[in-house]
Design a protein around this ligand. Structure first.
Ligand code: SAM
Length: 231
């Protein structure tokens, strides 16, 4: 078969500046917001005319940050503890023969004052992710309430999130502190640690917007230790 070439129609701007900490699916961090800025020649209001009537959109995008790692027939989903293997096509792994992702996200608004920017919620994408296509979500065709979810049937367990006094004080001086606090809680509740790590003393750092959030996890509780501004 001949190879096909596709051109990105837009770029994602998201709070996630690195892969660590990004939720594994969009609905898992409801407070995460992102934008999709359309690129020329697609950044004209005509391309999104009528889209505002839909509450959700499908985004097809490139896993551009992991392209170089190729793919293998079997993968180890984090949801199975990182040990059991399933076929790549039975997974949402980023390491696929064609490194394409698919996310269903709430459409909050469309700004056409300068180019075209979509306001989106529930981000599971790295900042700078190239988007290949947008399609409206059609509930009567695509909502399947009694569908089987295989090894990902139901949401994953979540952690309780607590704040140290230091982190609370530092939060107050961060821009958009309330939104940042919700985002931090959503991200940490998902337990971003690799599946095989369980060291209660280990301090992790995750970058969200322009903040570096340091935390540790013990006995089902994630504690926010510190929030520093990244230069
Ligand atoms: N909802 C999409 C899907 O099902 O195709 C993505 C699922 S994938 C498991 C989500 C993970 O992809 C995130 O947790 C993050 O680690 C990774 N990711 C997000 N954006 C990426 C990018 N541009 N390049 C590589 N990996 C990315």
């Amino acid at each position: 078969m001949q190879p096909y070439t596709f051109t990105p129609i837009g770029l994602i701007r998201s709070p996630f500046k690195e892969k660590f900490g990004i939720p594994r699916q969009p609905a898992l961090a409801k407070s995460a917001r992102m934008t999709l800025q359309l690129l020329p020649p697609f950044d004209q209001p005509d391309t999104v005319r009528g889209l505002e009537a839909f509450s959700h959109v499908w985004l097809q995008f490139v896993f551009h940050d992991t392209l170089a790692r190729g793919w293998s027939p079997l993968v180890r989903p984090p949801r199975l503890g990182g040990n059991a293997k399933v076929g790549v096509f039975a997974s949402r792994s980023t390491h696929r023969p064609n490194p394409l992702g698919l996310s269903l996200v709430p459409l909050l608004g469309i700004d056409t004052t300068a180019g075209v920017t979509l306001q989106l919620a529930g981000a599971d994408l790295l900042d700078g992710t190239p988007v290949l296509d947008i399609k409206p979500y059609i509930p009567f065709v695509e909502a399947v309430p009694d569908a089987l979810g295989g090894f990902v049937d139901g949401p994953p367990p979540t952690l309780t999130v607590r704040w140290s006094d230091t982190a609370r004080q530092q939060l107050a001086s961060q821009p958009a502190a309330t939104e940042l606090a919700s985002l931090i809680e959503d991200v940490l509740a998902q337990d971003p640690r690799p599946a095989y790590q369980d060291d209660p003393e280990r301090v992790y750092g995750v970058r969200l917007y322009h903040s570096n959030v340091r935390f540790r996890i013990a006995a089902g509780v994630a504690e926010v230790l510190e929030i520093a501004t990244v230069a």
